[in-house]
Ligand binder design. Structure first.
Ligand code: ATP
Length: 514
C-alpha cells in the first residue's frame, strides 16, 4: 500500500466509523471545514486532556484560561495580523483556480526531491549489494540536475518571501515552467497578498457597525490577560498561561484533510520569563514538548525538529516539531522564543503599562515569552495516521485496527455478552455500570463475537470484555487485548483495577517527566 493509498483509506475509515465528517455534507460539504463525530470528539477531548494536564498539572507555575474568540480589533493591529498575516496568491486564468504561490513552489521542490529518490531507488535495484548510495547521490548527473533545479528555486523563493517581492515570486513560477494542475497551462495572474483573517461585524448597522475578526490564533487572548492572571493568581515569573480554543484562518490551500482547516483548534501556552533567560526556557520547552509527543509510543523516528534558520523579526529562536504523516514530515507544533514583542506591542497600542515587578532583582520589565503552539486537529491526524493498521491474521482473515494509545482511545472497553439470553446481558450491564462512571464504555450484543471484536479493533478500543456461560458459574469474564489479541480470564471484581491500569493517563504523563 502506498502512502497515498493509506491516506485515502484513513479518510474513508474516519468517516465510516464516526470520527470525522465533512462539514454540511448533505449540502456537498464546505471546503476545509470538518465535523467531529461521536468517536472523533472523544479522541479529541482525550488529546486535549493529555495536553492540559501535562501543562497545568505537571507544572505548578502554569495556569489555564479560556478567552473569548472575539477580541477588540486593535488587538490584531498590535499583534501584526492586520498588516502582515498574508499569503501570496496567484490565479490561473484558464482554470480560474487560486493557489498560494509559495505552495506551488514548495510542490515543485518536493517533486524534484521525489525525482532524486526515484533515481536512487532505480540504481539500488540495478547495482544490488554493491550500491554505494552516498557516492551515487554525489556523482550521478541526473541527480545533480534535479538538485540544481531544486536548490535554485528554493533559494530564490526564500529570498523573495523574505523581501516580500511578489513579482519575483511570479517570475520563479514562470522560470520553473510550473503549470496549473487543473488546466495544465502557464497562464498566471500577478501575485497578490491576501489576508487570512475572517472578518465579521459586531453590533447592529444602525449603531455604526464595527469590523472585528475571528481570532486566527488563541495566543492573543493570553497576552491581553497577562496582568489579570499575574495579579489575581499572584504568579511569579517564570510562569505560563495555557489555553485551548478555536482559531480561524481563511486558508487558500485547503487540502490534506484535517491538516489544514479554515476552522481549527489550538493548544497554546505562553511562558513568561525574565529577559535573558529565554534561551534556557526555549530549550526546556523544546525537549519537554518532544517528550510529550514521544510518550505516545508511535516511535521516536516519526518525529524530528525543524529549526528555523530565517526567524521572524521579533523572534530569537524557533523550531517546529514535525511528524511523519503519510504525506511526509510536516509541522504539528511550533515552539518560539518571541522576546517582548507581544506584550511590548500591547503596551504600546493600549497605552496601558504591561510590566512585571521582579522582587528578586528589584526591577520592572516587560517579560519575554517562549510559546508552544500545537494544533489539536493535527494531533488527531497524527494519532489516526500512526494508529491505522491493516493486519493479516494467522487464520487467513484480515483486520483493520487502530492502535491508539489506550489512555487517549475514544472507547476504553467494550462489554460483549456472548449471547442475548440466559442472563448474560444482565451481567454485562452490571459490568457496564461498574465502569461507566470512570470510562467511556460500549455495550454490544449484535452479530458474532468475531465481528464485534473487529468493530472494536476498527475504532481502537483497547479492551473487549466478553461475558459467557462460565461467567454465570464463577463470575469471571474473558478480557481480549486489542493489539496482541491475547485473551485472559479475569474475575469480574478485578475489572475496574485492570481497566484502570491499562488506560491510565497518569502513566503517559509520568513518561514526560521521567
Ligand atoms: P503552517 O505553516 O502549516 O500553516 P503555521 O506555522 O502557520 O502552520 P502556527 O501559526 O505556528 O502555524 O500555528 C501553530 C499550530 O497550529 C501549527 O503547528 C498547527 O498545528 C496548527 N495550525 C495552524 N494552522 C492550521 C490550520 N489551518 N489547520 C489546522 N491546524 C493548524
Amino acid at each position: 500500500m502506498t502512502q497515498e493509498e493509506l491516506f485515502k483509506k484513513l479518510i474513508a475509515h474516519s468517516k465510516e466509523y464516526g470520527f470525522i465528517f465533512p462539514s454540511s455534507e448533505i449540502y456537498d460539504g464546505l471546503s476545509a471545514v470538518y465535523d467531529y463525530g461521536q468517536l472523533g470528539v472523544e479522541l479529541k477531548n482525550n488529546i486535549k486532556k493529555y495536553w492540559w494536564d501535562a501543562m497545568t498539572r505537571l507544572h505548578e507555575n502554569i495556569v489555564g484560561i479560556d478567552a473569548a474568540i472575539f477580541m477588540h480589533p486593535r488587538v490584531w493591529e498590535a499583534s501584526g495580523h492586520v498588516g502582515a498575516f498574508n499569503d501570496p496568491l496567484i490565479d490561473n486564468r484558464d482554470s480560474k483556480k487560486r493557489y498560494r504561490a509559495d505552495v506551488l513552489l514548495e510542490d515543485y521542490i518536493a517533486k524534484q526531491d521525489e525525482k532524486i529518490e526515484k533515481e536512487v531507488e532505480k540504481a539500488r535495484k540495478r547495482f544490488g549489494d554493491s550500491f554505494d548510495e552516498a557516492l551515487f547521490r554525489q556523482t550521478n548527473p541526473r541527480v545533480a540536475e534535479h538538485r540544481a533545479k531544486r536548490d535554485a528555486v528554493h533559494d530564490r523563493m526564500v529570498k523573495a518571501l523574505q523581501d516580500n517581492d511578489l513579482q519575483e515570486l511570479r517570475q520563479i513560477i514562470l522560470d520553473a515552467e510550473i503549470v496549473c494542475p487543473i488546466s495544465g497551462t502557464r497562464n498566471w495572474t500577478e501575485v497578490r497578498q491576501f489576508n487570512l483573517m475572517f472578518e465579521t461585524k459586531i453590533g447592529s448597522v444602525s449603531e455604526g457597525a464595527n469590523t472585528i475578526y475571528l481570532r486566527p490564533e488563541t495566543a492573543q487572548g493570553i497576552f491581553v490577560n497577562f496582568l489579570n492572571v499575574q495579579k489575581t493568581g499572584r504568579m511569579k515569573i517564570p510562569f505560563g498561561i495555557a489555553q485551548i480554543g478555536k482559531a480561524f484562518r481563511n486558508e487558500i490551500v485547503a487540502r490534506q484533510f484535517i491538516f489544514r482547516m479554515r476552522e481549527f483548534e489550538q493548544m497554546e501556552m505562553q511562558f513568561f520569563v525574565r529577559p535573558g533567560d529565554e534561551m534556557n526556557w526555549f530549550n526546556y520547552w523544546r525537549e519537554t514538548r518532544m517528550k510529550w509527543h514521544r510518550a505516545l509510543g508511535f516511535g521516536d523516528d516519526k518525529y524530528r525538529f525543524h529549526d528555523h534558520e530565517k526567524l521572524a523579526h521579533y523572534a530569537n529562536a524557533a523550531t517546529d516539531v514535525e511528524f511523519e504523516f503519510p504525506f511526509g514530515f510536516k509541522e504539528v507544533e511550533g515552539i518560539h522564543s518571541r522576546t517582548d514583542f507581544d506584550l511590548g506591542n500591547h503596551q504600546k497600542f493600549s497605552g496601558k503599562k504591561i510590566q512585571y515587578f521582579d522582587t528578586e532583582t528589584g526591577e520592572s520589565y516587560v517579560p519575554y515569552v517562549v510559546e508552544t503552539s500545537i494544533g489539536v486537529d493535527r494531533m488527531v491526524l497524527q494519532v489516526l495516521s500512526a494508529a491505522y493498521k491493516e493486519e493479516q491474521l494467522e487464520n487467513g482473515e484480515s483486520r483493520v485496527v487502530l492502535s491508539i494509545p489506550a489512555a487517549i482511545a475514544p472507547v476504553k472497553a467494550a462489554v460483549l455478552p456472548l449471547v442475548k439470553k440466559d442472563g448474560l446481558p444482565e451481567i454485562a450491564h452490571r459490568i457496564m455500570d461498574s465502569l461507566k462512571y470512570d470510562y467511556n464504555v460500549q455495550y454490544d450484543e449484535k452479530d458474532s463475537i468475531g465481528k464485534r471484536y473487529r468493530r472494536q479493533d476498527a475504532i481502537g478500543t483497547p479492551l473487549c470484555i466478553t461475558v459467557d456461560h462460565q461467567s454465570l458459574e464463577d463470575a469471571t469474564v474473558t478480557v481480549r487485548h486489542r493489539d496482541s489479541m491475547q485473551q485472559q480470564r479475569v474475575a469480574i471484581a478485578e475489572l475496574p483495577a485492570l481497566v484502570a491500569d491499562e488506560v491510565s493517563l497518569k502513566k503517559l504523563l509520568e513518561k514526560i517527566m521521567a
